[in-house]
Design a protein around this ligand. Sequence first.
Ligand SMILES: Nc1ncnc2c1ncn2[C@@H]1O[C@H](COP(=O)(O)OP(=O)(O)OP(=O)(O)O)[C@@H](O)[C@H]1O
Ligand SMILES: [Mg+2]
Length: 272
Amino acid sequence: MEPTSELLLDVRHLSKTFPLKKSKTNKAPSFKAVDDVSFQVFKGETLGIVGESGSGKSTVAKMILQLLEPTNGEIYFLGQNLANQSKATKRRMQAVFQDPYASLNPRMRAKEIVTEPLILHKQLNKKNRDDKALELLHEVGLSEQHLNRFPHEFSGGQRQRLSIARAIALKPDLIICDEAVSALDVSIQAQILKLLKSLQTSYGLSYIFIAHGLPTVKQLSNRVAIMHKGKIVEIGETNDIFQSPKHTYTKSLLKAVPPSHPRDRHKPSIGG
Ligand SMILES: Nc1ncnc2c1ncn2[C@@H]1O[C@H](COP(=O)(O)OP(=O)(O)OP(=O)(O)O)[C@@H](O)[C@H]1O
Ligand SMILES: [Mg+2]
């Protein structure tokens, strides 16, 4: 699906300041993790966000997901200020994180994991659980044999498929993928990216796709935002960013050769 001109998410002058430990010389120290960040995401679009560790990417994601309160700025979702919204808009935004171990309940079976959001939102009763669970597992390339398995009984790639099935259960408008493929082998990454792309078409989804490196976001992103020290230093069409980067930091990101194996990256691999 091609991005449309329908505005989905409008992030305006977003900032987040974290308090730091007091010292003798500084009674109210603080750290600005996100500094006046603005961007928009349109329906059907994928916006990549790239930047080194600590640049503020996840902090932006958490504020959009309402897991963290902004220090300054506003987030508009379908024209509504999130600060004034009830939980109803929450289901329209979902997330897939790097480590499914941290986000999937280890004591729940696959069928419970993927249908729990529907039951919590009273869109499904437990009687129909297996049918719906199987439908969702099929959507992400898993099958009937996986219905009763626990998270630890899946491979890393399959576990990420499970997270994606749970994320699409409520038919959201936006999914934030925060390093969703970063811990996986390159070949498994490619499969997950392909799955995300096909779900985007069938569900009309928008994505915010967060990663350390430009190569990871290139395939999926219509536009890319480059974050550095809490700020967006450059944002533009993916091709423009790759062919004529304006900011020195973007140029340095393009020169950096990514390590070829997840094992060589700074975050531990959880296997394929
Ligand atoms: N709850 C918190 N309290 C204090 N500082 C925090 C908190 N959360 C994040 N930070 C700091 O804010 C900065 C940005 O963190 P964030 O997690 O957004 O970076 P990131 O770009 O997602 O990095 P990574 O690529 O490693 O995931 C970091 O310096 C981090 O230490
Ligand atoms: Mg992060």
